[in-house]
Write a protein that binds this ligand. Structure first.
Ligand code: 5AD
Ligand code: SF4
Length: 464
């Protein structure tokens, strides 16, 4: 095994891609590859691509141009650079990538990332985008402790992949395939491994995470809420989060979990996309605005302080001003703590791309501006309301200023306080004093407890 080979990996888009990139880096670490931030010195370059909203395909081709030059420079030095395109664009484009960019060596779909080490070792050009029969997770190396540490005290864990909902605007069911849940035991083993290396917060991720229905150790099918309970028992895990959820799968037991499981953070990302019943129907969202508002009310009954977040699309084909106003009205009614909003972008192969009445670009821009303005007001109002409140913060890293440490509120926004660096990786109580534009500022409520300051002295005094 040579320790000198270098891997440059660039991840675009969503958390699922961040997770996949980590796992590819872990798999290649086993083969002796170390990560570098400098692509020009890399032996293996991986672009982990994303095409859910953007005209990402053209961007990938233009990004690739740079690697062609680097690859040629490497060749002149007598070095081989293997250029890989992974992720959703790889899945959607397949062979076409190598036709248009013949200097690309490997094209690897999201379900085939476990085959990367084998493909690299073979040293031949290949396109691997078939949905494999084997489970990629069974073939992926667990991350090394030092990689986990380098990534910090929070980690993503994929528990579910793919989607069967077929919203008419969305490519995910085509690029990520059918909805599949990982078995409970495997997820728990991964979480235990992360926790043993110092991870205190896990975010369970999936394109449709609340549709989770994995095989439990008792042979039954476990829903997400039951998985939370099991993960809450893993020593070292202080916080659990999950994303992304679909309103149709917001079951009663999951709502109750927000009341009953203290480690489940009071944050729910629940995309609604539109507030118009007419548009929701054409989007094939399988729920109306009334159902969404009803879920929100039930979630708030279970956990009154919960921070709600959502995704919105403006300018879906046929969206009228009245439809859009229904969206604004829904936002007024819910009051979101944060949100993502996008202009509709026609994705080849989806039903909506074929629909008449595509909305002009300037109308989309104007609606997006109005929606984002309202959402931003709500975000700031939510943050302002936290001033004077006390809650636990999980500290993740040094803060921006000398002597500061930074972490996250239960509601997910960043929090900065003056405090000792040994609190990084730990949860401490904070009183919020100020809401900045992006972060909250606060102070530690109790001075750092003795047991965290001087463990040896306390042990000597017989305190454990
Ligand atoms: N155009 C714009 N936004 C989209 N999204 C998904 N597909 C499209 C599209 N074609 C958004 C949705 C989804 C988020 C991940 O991306 O809001 O919830
Ligand atoms: Fe795409 Fe989400 Fe709809 Fe599935 S539920 S098709 S991932 S928008």
């Amino acid at each position: 095994m040579s320790g000198s080979r270098k891997l440059f990996i660039k991840s675009f888009g969503c958390q699922m891609n961040v997770y996949d990139s980590h796992r590819m880096a872990d798999a290649m670490a086993r083969e002796g590859y170390v990560e570098t931030g400098r692509p020009e010195e890399a032996d293996l370059v991986v672009l982990n691509t994303y095409n859910i909203r953007e005209k990402a395909t053209e961007k990938v081709y233009s990004d690739l141009g740079r690697f062609r030059t680097m690859k040629e420079a490497a060749q002149q030095e007598g070095r081989r650079m293997t250029v890989t395109v992974a992720g959703c664009v790889a899945q959607a484009e397949g062979e076409e990538i190598r036709r248009r960019a013949p200097y690309v060596d490997l094209v690897v779909g999201p379900q085939n990332i476990h085959r990367l080490p084998g493909l690299v070792a073979r040293g031949r050009a290949a396109v691997d985008t078939e949905f494999p029969v084997e489970d990629k997770f069974d073939h992926l190396a667990p991350p090394a402790r030092k990689n986990i540490r380098a990534r910090g005290v929070t980690a993503f864990v994929t528990v579910q992949e793919g989607c069967d909902k077929f919203c008419t605007f969305c490519v995910v069911p085509y690029t990520r395939g059918n909805e599949v849940s990982r078995p409970v035991n495997k997820i728990v083993a991964e979480v235990e491994h992360l926790a043993a290396a110092g991870v205190a917060e896990v975010t369970l991720i999936g394109q449709n995470v609340n549709a989770y229905h994995g095989e439990g150790p008792d042979g039954r099918t476990w829903p997400l809420a039951q998985l939370f309970e099991r993960i809450a028992d893993v020593p070292g895990i202080e916080r659990i989060r999950y994303t992304t959820s679909h309103p149709r799968d917001m079951s009663e037991d999951l709502i109750a979990a927000h009341r009953d499981i203290p480690k489940l953070m009071p944050f729910l990302h629940l995309p609604v996309q539109s507030g118009s019943d007419r548009i929701l129907k054409i989007m094939n969202r399988k729920h109306g605005r009334g159902e969404y508002l009803d879920i929100v009310a039930r979630v708030r009954t279970a956990r009154p302080d919960i921070a709600l977040s959502s995704d919105f699309i403006v300018g879906f084909p046929g969206e009228t001003e009245e439809d859009f106003e229904d969206t604004l009205d829904l936002v007024h009614k819910v009051r979101f703590a944060s949100a993502y909003s996008f202009k509709y972008s026609a994705r080849p192969g989806t039903q909506a791309a074929e629909m008449d009445e595509q909305v002009p670009e300037e109308v989309k821009s104007e609606r997006l501006y109005r929606l984002q303005h309202l959402l931003e007001e709500q975000r700031q109002a939510f943050n302002r309301d936290l001033c004077g409140r006390e809650f636990d913060v999980l500290f993740e890293k040094p803060g921006r200023l000398e002597g500061q440490i930074a972490g996250r509120a239960p509601y997910l926004m960043p929090v900065q306080v003056m405090g000792p660096s040994h609190l990084i990786g730990k949860v401490a109580r904070v009183r919020i004093t100020e809401a900045g534009s992006n972060s909250l500022f606060g102070e530690l409520v109790t001075p750092v407890p003795d047991y965290q300051q001087e463990p040896r002295k306390l042990a000597a005094a017989g305190v454990s």
